[in-house]
Design a binder for this molecule. Structure first.
Ligand code: R5P
Length: 319
């Protein structure tokens, strides 16, 4: 069998190191430099000939540099005769640009798929895509892990009472319904509009939040506008407590301050994006995707089914 090798980009080195530790496979040494003019230089320092290589790179800030570094790394691996290249991308950038909402817009998410595939990736492993249809932009296998069962585990362990799951927009309904089913609680749907980028406007709530512990489930916290504003609205409508569960903690601009100041008692996020110390606020608790990512990497390498890892899917509500 081909040798399994792990390579870390500079996008989320913490998660890469943890995966490597858990799998007891050292990271393959690599040289990565940003040159004086802004170009990126990459050289893999060990042989990868005939190896099954997993490149771990999260595509958060600096988004475009991390993306370019990933593409260059894939190219280096391809030219060094790696047998299989799996891109492990805990956070996939540009996933919100998944369709033309108005004329003359690009579908950047499709462009990213073309770039990753054209560079030479054989497979993509990622976590909580903004919309599942993005899988169809790739002509290579795409495995998508999900964080909400880990959030459910946490909430059940803490024995929160009288919960409702809140889907912050219509796009989040399917994911919200799955969490609500796991927790066996009702789902509340928010009719949210976006008058412009990074601005949210709540039109109405479908469902009752009075005296409830409202659990907002979102895939991304970017500027924190959506969830902090929604938390305040839920409180105004009589929610007893508000908890946020979100996979990708981008925490751009003033998000940490907004989240600290809003009517939320706890924020659960996954570790798909590396949180710098200035973004680690007290309310935030990090739920690690490392054990599941490590398991999946091993199973992909061994050619084993991933379905068995997702037993909770049996409990999902039908679409
Ligand atoms: C939107 O469709 C996403 O699911 C998130 O709700 C959104 O990206 C969050 O952005 P922000 O934190 O800037 O409101």
């Amino acid at each position: 069998m081909e040798k399994l090798q792990l390579i870390s980009g500079r996008g989320n080195q913490t998660i890469a190191k943890k995966i490597s530790k858990l799998l007891r496979i050292p990271l393959t040494p690599i040289k990565q430099e940003t040159l004086a003019d802004g170009e990126i230089y990459v050289r893999v320092l060990n042989s990868v000939r005939n190896s099954d290589v997993f490149v771990i790179q999260s595509l958060s800030r600096p988004v475009n540099d991390n993306l370019m570094e990933l593409l260059i790394t894939i190219d280096a691996l391809k030219r060094a005769s790696a047998k299989e290249i799996t891109v492990v991308c805990p956070y996939l950038c540009y996933s919100r640009q998944d369709r033309k909402a108005v004329s003359r817009e690009p579908i950047t998410s499709k462009l990213i798929a073309d770039l990753i595939t054209r560079a030479g990736a054989d497979r993509l492993l990622t976590v909580d895509l903004h919309v599942d249809q993005i899988q169809g932009f790739y002509d290579i296998p795409v495995d998508v892990l999900i964080a909400y069962p880990l959030f459910a585990q946490y909430l059940l362990k803490k024995k929160y009472k009288n919960m409702v799951v809140v889907a912050p927009d219509t796009g989040a309904v399917r994911r919200g319904r799955k969490l609500a089913t796991l927790l066996n609680v009702p789902l509340v749907i928010v009719d949210k509009r976006r008058p412009e980028h990074n601005k949210a406007e709540i039109v109405s709530l479908i469902g009752d939040v009075e005296k409830k512990t409202a659990v907002i489930l979102d895939d991304i916290i970017d500027t924190g506008g959506t969830v902090s504003y929604l938390a305040d609205v839920l409180k105004e409508r009589g929610a007893k407590d508000v908890i946020i569960c979100a996979t990708h903690a981008l925490f751009s601009k003033e998000a940490p301050q907004k989240l600290q100041d809003c009517a939320v008692s706890k924020i659960l996020v996954a570790d798909t994006v590396e949180l710098t110390p200035d973004k680690k606020i007290k309310k935030v608790e990090i739920i690690s995707m490392v054990p599941i990512l490590a398991k999946v990497i091993k199973r992909i390498h061994d050619g084993k089914s991933l379905g068995k890892l997702f037993k909770w899917e049996d409990k999902e509500a039908p679409l």
